[in-house]
Ligand binder design. Structure first.
Ligand code: ZN
Length: 502
């Protein structure tokens, strides 16, 4: 139906928003249940339900009606209030995104991805890159083609980056990573000459019941309202938000590795605080939740690293840890723990790496993706290039593709251009800290007093409350000015020079 009346069009937009949001809520609860509590045999039934729900969401997002509606609203954008204007803009972009790939190619790609996960998993298990290479070649070829559909004016890899972080370009990333490499590589080298902290006390048995108590306590310390956020267990930790009164987080408890659940709880807690801080008015619309992956990671890493791995925070939580684990922590000081959780050491596996070397792992993936999409690197040569870069950046020899280029699931899932936003989040966070401190004074005393709420209030005012109302780059720049990687470089330099007495 062609739209001719603004009020009718707005009413239809409200209806689409409410319906899509309700179906999204239901699907989110199902996914959460699948990852945390559902028995194995539930998959088939849930699959059928999900297929029905997602087809409704797809129809709402990509139908001819939605296309006409969003076109009409965009032609009348000046007459809309800012909230409806932004909703219409997001809906229009979504609709175009979903329909710009010809249907046969979209289906063929999804069939490929469906198979790819299993092929990658077996290849990883068997240390057999050659078994995954033909599939990866097909995925790369599809992505190069899709890049043209996304934005034919951009360089293909820029078009892919833009899908994950609007406005992100190779030009920005090249400068960002060059600056970081210049700081991190010498730091890693200097640290390698120093004595490493003792971490043996963290490798004993820490009973899961105690770890659960500690996770609850940490949620309280960072200010998560138990009426709005609960924690469950899953294989990989994640956050799942439904609205600003209901966000769930998960963690995983390893008996001999208590810091995993400690820092994943704080990390996911940071994601949760972000979504809980979004304006009430955006509930039930596409404006709730976070603005982008980069902004989301800036928040989770702010809580995990800038707050959670600070000396003041460790001193704050240490008495409770000693109360729960008196034997394991006998003779250990808060300072010992602080040094242990900040141990920096080049390693092979990204997800086990530390705050300092993490960005190097991302840079390597970035360099490889960039070359694959540009066509200057053949898929068959990925292992050699991967190993060369690990040697050059981290100084480590990669013993197998299982621990090398087959370690991450992202490429088999079709995510090319996604990795850089992880590193960007940390750098955004460091600049936010700088601006926050120029307004509030140093945050270390706040953390020492347990006043995390003061920090959260600043983030809420400048970042959280906007949800998806502003574009990610605008949220960041309005709060912090132009992005400058120096803040993160300086933060790392200062933190690790002190820790290792360089
Ligand atoms: Zn995260």
């Amino acid at each position: 139906m062609p739209y001719t009346n603004l009020n009718d069009a707005i009413a239809r937009l409200d209806e689409i928003e409410a319906t899509a949001s309700a179906y999204g809520h239901a699907m989110g609860v199902l996914s959460l249940d699948a990852a945390t509590a559902a028995p194995l045999g539930s998959a088939e039934g849930r699959g059928k339900t999900m297929a029905v729900l997602s087809s409704v969401i797809y129809e709402l997002a990509a139908s001819d009606d939605t296309r006409e509606l969003t076109k009409y609203l965009s032609d009348h954008a000046d007459e809309l209030d800012p909230v409806h204007r932004r909703q219409a803009e997001i809906r229009k972009k979504d609709c175009e995104q979903l329909t710009r790939i010809p249907q046969e190619e979209y289906v063929a790609y999804n069939v490929l991805l469906n198979k790819a996960e299993g092929i990658w998993r077996v290849a990883k298990q068997n240390n057999d890159f050659a078994a995954f290479a033909p599939t990866l070649s097909e995925i790369v070829a599809f992505n190069r083609k899709f890049a043209g559909y996304y934005d034919a004016e951009k360089e293909p890899y820029d078009a892919l980056l833009n899908e994950y972080e609007e406005g992100l370009t190779m030009q920005t990333l090249d400068a960002f990573f060059a600056r970081l490499r210049g700081v991190i590589v010498p730091l890693v080298h200097a640290i390698s000459e120093k004595e490493q902290p003792d971490t043996a006390f963290l490798e004993q048995s820490y009973p899961i019941e105690g770890q659960k108590k500690l996770a609850k306590y940490l949620m309280e310390v960072i200010g998560l309202d138990p009426n709005a956020c609960t924690i469950a267990e899953s294989e990989h930790p994640f956050t799942c938000g439904f609205n600003n009164k209901d966000v769930r987080i998960t963690t995983h408890y390893y008996e001999n590795h208590p810091t995993f659940s400690i820092f994943s709880t704080i990390h996911e807690g940071g994601h949760a605080l972000y979504e809980l801080g979004v304006e009430d008015a955006y509930n039930g619309t596409c404006l709730t939740g976070g603005a982008s992956m980069g902004i989301h990671e800036s928040q989770s890493r702010f809580y995990e690293n800038i707050i959670g791995r600070s000396l003041e925070f460790i001193e704050l939580i240490f008495p409770k840890m000693q109360e729960i684990f008196p034997e394991q922590l006998a003779g250990v000081t808060a300072y010992d723990l602080y040094r242990a959780v900040n141990k920096a050491q080049p390693s092979l596996v990204r997800t086990e790496s530390d705050e300092l070397t993490y960005a190097l792992h991302i840079m390597i993936r970035y360099e490889i993706e960039k070359q694959l999409i540009a066509g200057t690197l053949e898929v068959a040569d990925v292992p050699a290039e991967w190993n060369r870069l690990y040697k050059e950046y981290l100084g480590v020899d990669v013993p197998s593709d299982t621990q090398g280029c087959l370690q991450d699931s992202h490429w088999s899932g079709g995510s090319i251009g996604y990795f850089p936003s992880y590193a960007l989040g940390s750098a955004y966070g460091a600049q936010m800290k700088h601006v926050m401190e120029s307004e509030l004074g140093p945050i270390a005393p706040c953390i020492a007093r347990g006043e995390i709420g003061t920090i959260t209030a600043w983030l809420r005012e400048h970042i959280h409350r906007f949800g998806n109302f502003k574009k990610p780059a605008a949220i960041f720049e309005d709060a912090c000015g132009k992005f400058d990687p120096d803040y993160f470089a300086n933060y790392l330099q200062e933190k690790y020079s002190k820790l290792y007495e360089l």
